[in-house]
Design a protein. Structure first.
Length: 159
């Protein structure tokens, strides 16, 4: 596998969809993905931003090593962090609220963001090192081409 951390993050995200998100609530991860946009409609920061972080996760997952990918994944990680501030959810269609705490679904979902962030940062670092190495190799090849056998032959013929 070429990018194992990227795929580990993807499968952690997928697993989190089927796990309970909060103690004190029957919500699974796929419920939150489907209905989390309600937090945007109601301008609820702790519900809306984590839902938007999912979009950033998949955007960063699809992007290849670049500084933009690192930026997208870091912003998504910050937005996902707002999920830790959720301590109450609506119990039903009334205004009754139910106290909740993080369960395995939320923890693994957030871990997927952390893994993808590590992948982006390591990929960015490896990309910089690779480009420096590639530049050094290109400079060496240019120097070798300058003294190719044909040029030496031409040079000796001119003497």
């Amino acid at each position: 596998m070429r990018h194992p951390l990227r795929w580990i993050a993807f499968w952690a995200f997928a697993l989190s969809l089927f796990l309970p998100v909060f103690h004190g609530s029957d919500l699974k991860g796929y419920h939150v993905v489907l209905f989390g946009a309600v937090g945007l409609i109601h301008f609820h920061v702790f519900l809306g931003l984590p839902w938007l972080a999912n979009l950033g996760f998949f955007l960063a997952f699809r992007m290849r090593g670049s500084i933009r990918r690192t930026g997208v994944v870091l912003i998504s990680l910050v937005m996902a962090s707002f999920a830790w501030g959720i301590d109450e959810l609506p119990q039903d269609l009334t205004e009754n609220l139910n106290g909740v705490t993080a369960d395995w679904g939320l923890r693994i979902w957030y871990l997927a963001f952390v893994i993808l962030t590590i992948d982006a940062l390591l990929g960015r670092y490896a990309g910089v090192r690779f480009s420096r190495k590639k530049k050094a190799v290109a400079e060496t090849e240019t120097a070798d081409k300058a003294t190719s056998p044909q040029q030496e032959e031409h040079h000796s013929a001119m003497l």
